[in-house]
Design a binder for this molecule. Structure first.
Ligand code: AQP
Length: 332
């Protein structure tokens, strides 16, 4: 069976609508037809400073959200990245195959380090795409479900897999990004020209899945639209309305064209009210399921331990092969 791998950062606690629609929803859809590996990427989280107690708490919060979203630990491996040491072990090899200039071209690093100031950005933030390369290759993944912002990192993964294969002989599967066009980039509600983002969006611009539903409704009602009146999908001229249409359509399953028809000649206020309702109907049961999983940390930790054991079965084989290919003397 084909393999898929993806991961999500525990940095903010709650996932936002971009994380869910751009990535997590695809994790759920792909777990049946594939051998699927999904993880909470705590190693990636510490590329920027984290409070240790919060990081630990948010790792459980993230895992519980993945379960609430529909991941089934019997149908996929759900685990915490730091529980599988092979990621960091393979990353070192990949670091040594990556050019400094090549790593410097990663736009996410450029954006995030610019925000932090280049002197305070960590070397970990610089090499984080290469850890991501190892995350993917260690499972020999065929596909990587992600949002548009991660496309460049999957490209780097392909380059490094090919480089390793041509230098040391065929070893790694060359993966493809799995990006669903309609939800590849969900935009900030207050500035619909930039992506909704944990670290960059203002509180009013971001819909967190664990926000109180009444707050979510309020945020949708105060979302920036435009001075026109037409509910029409047009990303250039009407980015705010288009973002809300994409969100409604993805959550409700109603095609955008049908929504445009439904709201023809009606006010933006009517439309936003319905988007808010659709979201409230989605997050309310999501939060109930989240609490069931989160409120039993012993069971949650057992699920994660089982997932890590499943993941290590595959990761340890790949790592041993890769270490052998580069010429490391095998331990007795
Ligand atoms: N706005 C978005 N639209 C669609 N997909 C998105 N993703 C993130 N934002 C959007 C996808 O969510 C997955 C998990 O993301 P992550 O937690 O690993 O980190 P990220 O991409 O760095 O998410 P953020 O919110 O943008 O965090 P910051 O602000 O720290 O950069 C990924 O597959 C991502 O594509």
């Amino acid at each position: 069976r084909p393999r898929v791998l993806s991961g999500i950062q525990p940095t903010a606690g709650s996932f936002h609508l971009g994380n869910y629609l751009g990535a997590v929803r695809q994790y759920v859809a792909l777990q049946d037809a594939n051998d699927a590996f999904y993880m909470v990427v705590d190693l990636h989280a510490i590329t920027v400073p984290q409070d240790p107690a919060e990081l630990r708490a948010n790792t459980r919060v993230s895992a519980a959200q993945l379960l609430a979203a529909g991941l089934d630990p019997d149908r996929c491996a759900l685990f915490v990245q730091s529980h599988v040491p092979e990621h960091a072990q393979l990353a070192w090899v990949m670091n040594c195959l990556t050019g400094f200039g090549e790593a410097s071209r990663m736009t996410q690093f450029k954006d995030k380090s610019a925000k932090q100031g280049s002197d305070s950005a960590s070397v970990g933030l610089f090499t984080y795409p290469i850890l991501q390369v190892a995350d993917i290759l260690v499972y020999q993944a065929n596909a990587v479900p992600v949002g548009e912002d991660q496309r460049q990192h999957v490209e780097l993964t392909r380059d490094l897999a090919q480089r390793f294969n041509s230098r040391f002989g065929d070893t790694f599967t060359v993966p493809e990004a799995y990006i669903v066009k309609e939800t590849a980039k969900i935009y900030d509600l207050q500035d619909p020209t930039v992506k909704m983002s944990k670290s960059a969006s203002s509180p009013k611009g971001i819909v967190n899945l664990l926000d109180p539903p009444s707050q979510t409704a309020k945020k949708i009602k105060s979302a920036v639209t435009d001075t026109g009146t037409e509910v029409r999908f047009d990303e250039k001229e009407k980015p705010g309305v288009s973002n809300l249409l994409a969100i409604h359509s993805a959550i409700s399953g109603t095609p955008v064209a049908e929504l445009e028809e439904r709201f023809a000649g009606r006010m933006y206020g009517d439309f936003k009210k319905e988007v808010a309702e659709v979201l409230v109907d989605f997050v309310t049961p999501f939060q109930q399921r989240f609490h069931e999983f989160h409120d039993d940390p012993a069971e949650l930790d057992r699920t994660l331990a089982k997932g890590a054991a499943k993941a290590r079965e595959v990761a340890s084989v790949t790592l041993a092969t890769a270490y052998d290919k580069v010429g490391f003397l095998p331990p007795l």
